[in-house]
Design a protein around this ligand. Sequence first.
Ligand SMILES: [Zn+2]
Ligand SMILES: [Zn+2]
Length: 250
Amino acid sequence: MAKLVILGTASFIPDETHDNAHMAVYGPSGSVLIDSGINPLVSLKRAKVPFESLLAIIVTHFHPDHVSGLPNFLMGLWLMGRKTNLNIYGFRVTLDKVQALMSLFEWKDWPGFYPVAFEPVRPAENALIIETPDFRIHSSPTHHLVPSLALKFTSQANGHSIVYSSDTSPCDALAHLAQEADVLVHEVAGAASGHSSPAMAGSIARQAGVGHLVLIHYHTKDNPDDLIAEAQSTFSGKISLAHDQDVFEF
Ligand SMILES: [Zn+2]
Ligand SMILES: [Zn+2]
């Protein structure tokens, strides 16, 4: 059985109960972290996802609310004694910036650091990134202020799938990736360039024919009822607001 745990739900500004949007997908054979909140050492521990199970990190795009916790997290894994390889996936331009960020900390000089492999993701629709005995992860490029990717998690056991938009304005590539998905976890930071409003998220959910729309990457001061009501104006299926530590089995 594969599970997705929502580790953070806030857009740019986190608060006491909403970390920046990030999540993990996991099963008995290992886990994959998607982006980074304030520090995933805390959010993963709260979710009881063991650090030893971490196979890879996928970085959807290089914006502070998605990557700034990474240096602390990578350092923490090292100080806790990690020895096993860790793969980091993202578009090449994203990985170049992550490496530049880490080089400011001179991490190559940290003794006994575990091996890290940077694996560029093809900027193509439905590109396979990772396959484990529990799930497959595919990605498609989306429309954001910097190159960004959406992700599809598919259960190996039953074919059920969850799609995560990451940051994007409405685009066909996302609607294609989310086609017939059981759950679409979609950002609702607003209608500003490179982002989506709840009504826009609802339109993508309707276009893709998903079963359940979950709103994430919202402003914590927004009224949840207003967000859901706006999404209901364009999507008649099940809609809910993501909360930190929500778990979806698929
Ligand atoms: Zn962004
Ligand atoms: Zn963001």
